[in-house]
Design a protein around this ligand. Structure first.
Ligand SMILES: [Zn+2]
Length: 130
């Protein structure tokens, strides 16, 4: 059964079983994302970006993010509308949860678009199980 609620901030209707939400008051809900202020969103994004870069450096055992990976991240953000944390989760999912080898990566993160949705579903299910 779906639990359709209306976000108090963006006024969109959504199924609270399918999206992270917060309960504003007894019968009022909001997307978790919408509940953040502009400043919070910005600093969260900065933090997410840093976390992603740290993660990639750790993953590939490199000291800096090279131009190629930067370009891939930029492309995923602009063309696919992916988030920094979503990209990080896609990589975590592919390499840690699924245990794939880093050897085939050729020093890039080209795998992201192929696993993004599966990773999203995986982490959403985990979140819902809590
Ligand atoms: Zn909303």
């Amino acid at each position: 059964m779906a639990h359709i609620v209306t976000c108090v901030y963006c006024k969109q209707r959504f199924d609270r079983d399918k999206f992270p939400f917060i309960q504003v008051s007894a019968r009022r809900y909001a997307h978790q994302e919408c509940s953040l202020t502009e400043d919070q969103k910005k600093s969260k994004e900065e933090q997410d970006k840093e976390d992603l870069e740290q993660y990639i450096m750790q993953l590939f055992k490199i000291d800096y993010i090279d131009a190629r990976i930067r370009k891939q991240i930029k492309q995923y953000r602009e063309e696919y509308n992916y988030t920094y944390s979503g990209i990080r989760k896609a990589l975590t999912y592919f390499y840690e949860v699924k245990g794939n080898s880093i050897e085939k990566a050729n020093g890039g993160i080209g795998i992201v678009p192929y696993v993004y949705q599966n990773a999203y579903n995986y982490y959403l299910a985990l979140w819902q199980a809590q």
